[in-house]
Design a protein around this ligand. Structure first.
Ligand code: UDP
Length: 466
């Protein structure tokens, strides 16, 4: 039941788990502050969002039907339901068809006796800005990415440093951005590298929403000021009238009320029980490549062999519907770990005392969740801005190792089992891994302090609310 209270905010998350979950956490943080939140989403996303909501909260949902499009498989309302990331661009364009229904819904709310004072919509839904402007409501952008990756992306988009190099390994410089590592164009997201190509629809879409982004009233970031201090001024300089509000780690606000987010409760407690049975702390590596990245079955085989050779226990979340564990490794892995093909409570796994490392694709939520739990990362970026997050974690914050360092720099596209084994051993028991663990634990204390009363994120949240 959604109660009526004076201040009312509208949120419109992008339909991807990594974007929706943190915005939902922000909605909960607002709700704790007695602010009413209306979340706009589509029917199937509404079902999973409401399963995450406390019925006594100030949060309600408004549903807009997801537009049908020939290029998209029927029933896909969330990017995690797409058969592959090839459908990502049509998915983005389908969301644009929500413009009219969004305008009508917002208009209705503005005419009600509790009109919203602002709209917070995801970066990918930049087309909401002109509608908000027409209806006279400020729009804040929500970015589910690191400040560093956004500062680099925006600056590279503007200055195109990669066009001045001859090799993807050449160092590139960006004005007003001091980085703790040497940046190369290999680290840049594909849509930036393709930006000069007018036929690239993703770059065109990003260009449009990027313009709306910088002209919005402000930007909300799921990060911690202390972790990304050095890059905030450069990032803010791109916004016409904006300020970057660092409010992370947003999921810690959720913890204050201990709302259960796991979709499959039985699974979750089964994993926790298994972790409870592990005698040594920091003895298990958690492996997940997020909800978006396509990992080939060949590559998954190498991961299985690598984990087998490493000798460490593991919890591994596999999304591939086609991959099966080869019989060669099956016996040796028995009892050594869990392979899960369902949604898990990642935050719970990371905060378990038995978990001592995370082999991760470096999606920003995963990075933040790992740091907050004091767990070092073995960084294996796959797509989008993940290589930049990987550089931040390994070379900037020192709370992880790069898998790249263990790999033969050849033309091979599959990371070998030997490289995976060596890297896992180093992270879990080597000197470098132990240093990264100490650093992750120290940063975890900083991140957890940020949302406590008087902490940097808590103070910023109070200012934003005021
Ligand atoms: N997640 C989870 N259980 C899963 C898979 C993912 O809880 O089985 C959560 C994870 O904790 C994170 C989000 O989904 O909050 C994934 O976001 P991230 O930015 O790490 O990666 P993406 O999936 O967007 O690439």
């Amino acid at each position: 039941m959604c109660s009526q209270s004076r201040t009312h905010v509208v949120m419109f998350p992008f339909m991807a788990q990594g974007h929706t979950l943190p915005l939902l956490d922000l909605a909960k943080a607002f709700s704790f502050k007695q602010i009413k939140v209306t979340i706009i989403t589509t029917p199937s996303n509404a079902t999973s969002i409401s399963s995450n909501l406390d019925c006594s909260s100030n949060i309600c949902l408004t549903e807009l039907p997801f537009p049908s499009m020939d290029e998209l498989p029927r029933g896909c309302e969330n990017t995690s339901q797409l058969p592959s990331m090839q459908y990502f661009v049509p998915f983005l364009f389908a969301t644009k068809k929500l413009q009219k229904p969004f305008e009508q819904a917002l208009k209705r709310m503005l005419e009600s006796d509790n009109p919203p004072i602002c709209v917070i919509s995801d970066f990918f839904l930049g087309w909401t800005l002109p509608i908000c402007e027409t209806l006279g409501v400020p729009r804040l952008v929500f970015h589910g990415m690191s400040v560093l990756s956004m500062a680099i992306s925006k600056s590279s988009w503007m200055h195109k440093p990669h066009l001045k190099t001859t090799s993807v390994f050449d160092p590139i410089d960006l004005p007003n951005l001091k980085l703790p590592f040497t940046l190369t164009s290999k680290d840049l997201p594909a849509e930036i590298l393709n930006a000069q190509n007018e036929d690239d629809p993703l770059s065109q879409y990003i260009s449009e929403v990027g313009e709306a982004d910088v002209n919005s009233w402000g930007v909300i970031v799921n990060s911690v000021e202390e972790l990304e201090n050095s890059y905030i001024p450069s990032f803010e300089s791109f916004y016409a009238r904006g300020k970057a509000w660092c409010l992370g780690p947003l999921f810690l606000y959720d913890k204050m009320k201990k709302v259960e987010r796991s979709i499959n409760q039985n699974h979750s407690s089964f994993i926790t029980q298994w972790l409870d049975d592990q005698v040594s702390p920091d003895s298990v590596i958690y492996v997940s490549f997020g909800t978006q990245a396509d990992v080939s079955d060949n590559q998954l085989d190498e991961v299985a062999f690598g984990l087998e050779q490493s000798g460490f226990g593991f919890v591994w979340v596999v999304r591939s519907r086609t991959w099966t564990l080869t019989t060669d490794v099956k016996e040796n892995l028995r009892g050594r770990g869990l392979i899960i093909r369902d949604w898990v409570d990642q935050r719970e796994i990371l905060s378990h005392r038995a978990t001592g490392g995370f082999l991760s694709h470096c999606g920003w939520n995963s990075v933040l969740e790992s740091i907050t739990a004091g767990v070092p990362i073995l960084a294996w970026p796959m797509i989008a801005e993940q290589p930049l997050n990987a550089r931040l974690i390994a070379d900037g914050l020192g709370a992880g190792l790069s898998l790249n360092k263990f790999q033969n720099q050849g033309t091979e596209t599959v990371v070998s089992r030997d490289a995976i084994c060596e890297a896992v051993r180093e992270l879990m028991g080597g000197e470098e891994g132990n240093k990264a663990r100490e650093r992750a634990q120290a940063l975890g204390r900083v991140a957890r302090r940020a949302v406590q009363i008087g902490g940097s994120s808590d103070s910023t949240l109070n200012k934003l609310v005021q």
